[in-house]
Design a protein around this ligand. Structure first.
Ligand SMILES: C[S@@+](CC[C@H](N)C(=O)[O-])C[C@H]1O[C@@H](n2cnc3c(N)ncnc32)[C@H](O)[C@@H]1O
Length: 243
């Protein structure tokens, strides 16, 4: 029989893994979500991120070494600080944070030399962000803002031109109604599907979901390689279609 202990907000069961080996993913995910939302921190600053996904961020950053990371939706700033710390370790890169309000972001994030914050609606601020990116710089975009279908799709359409071939556009929280019964519906998952259906330059890289548990199913978008045969054919097709 499973020991019963104090609750984390989920079903009444022990919080220890070895007592819950028959737990389903459907039971596990809300428990992880509860922990993510109830005081997860990066160097003392609150962050709302599945740790599996942040590990993937680290692998992508190490492989791609972007010059600029644009993080849309910063909340308390813990994820922004974590990205800046990874840039510190790489000795490369800077972080542009965009949020409707940075009122809850502490000085340790604001004053980090690799961080610049801009307040306002992400799509409205696109021109400002683009002006921060120098010619030829490579950009990783992370969309983690309102998670409505309309806004996610608008951010994908607006910011995708910043992403160069083989680089990534990460969309957070496509787990809404695709793993967790919460959040907007339709939401990010459906916005991603709509975006890739209209934009053959991007593909979903499901190898980034290798831990199985991810808050971003289908959320790791990669701009296809322009120099591949497929890329050349796509360019030729566009030229013939007069685009
Ligand atoms: C999920 S939180 C961000 C979490 C953060 N990236 C982390 O991992 O800790 C979402 C944030 O998006 C912001 N937001 C919502 N709609 C936005 C919009 N249209 N433009 C910019 N930011 C927006 C909210 O103010 C909120 O702080």
């Amino acid at each position: 029989m499973k020991p019963k202990t104090a609750q984390l907000g989920g079903p009444c069961m022990s919080r220890h893994m070895e007592d819950n080996l028959d737990m389903t993913l459907a039971e596990l995910l809300p428990r992880m979500q509860h922990r993510i939302l109830s005081g997860m921190t990066w160097f003392g600053v609150r962050v709302l991120k599945c740790p599996n996904d942040f590990w993937m961020y680290q692998e992508i950053l190490f492989e791609r070494r972007p010059d600029v990371i644009v993080e849309i939706g910063n909340a308390y700033g813990g994820s922004t600080l974590a990205l800046a710390h990874l840039c510190d370790l790489l000795g490369h890169g800077r972080v542009i944070g965009v949020d409707l309000s940075h009122g809850g972001v502490p000085d340790v994030v604001r004053r980090h030399p690799r961080v610049r914050l801009f307040e306002g609606d992400a799509c409205a601020l696109y021109g400002t962000v683009r002006n921060e990116v120098r010619k030829g710089e490579r950009v990783l975009v992370i969309e983690d803002s309102s998670h409505t279908f309309e806004n996610t799709l608008a951010v994908l359409r607006t910011y995708s031109p910043l992403v160069k071939p083989r680089d990534y556009f990460i969309v957070e929280d496509s787990i809404c109604h695709h793993g967790l019964s919460e959040g907007p519906s339709p939401g990010p998952f459906e916005a991603i599907e709509a975006f890739v259906a209209e934009n053959p330059d991007f593909e979903i890289d499901r190898s980034r979901e290798a831990f199985v548990v991810t808050w971003n199913p289908k959320g790791y978008l990669r701009r296809r390689d322009d120099d591949s045969i497929g890329g050349k054919l796509r360019r030729l097709g566009k030229r013939l279609a007069g685009e």
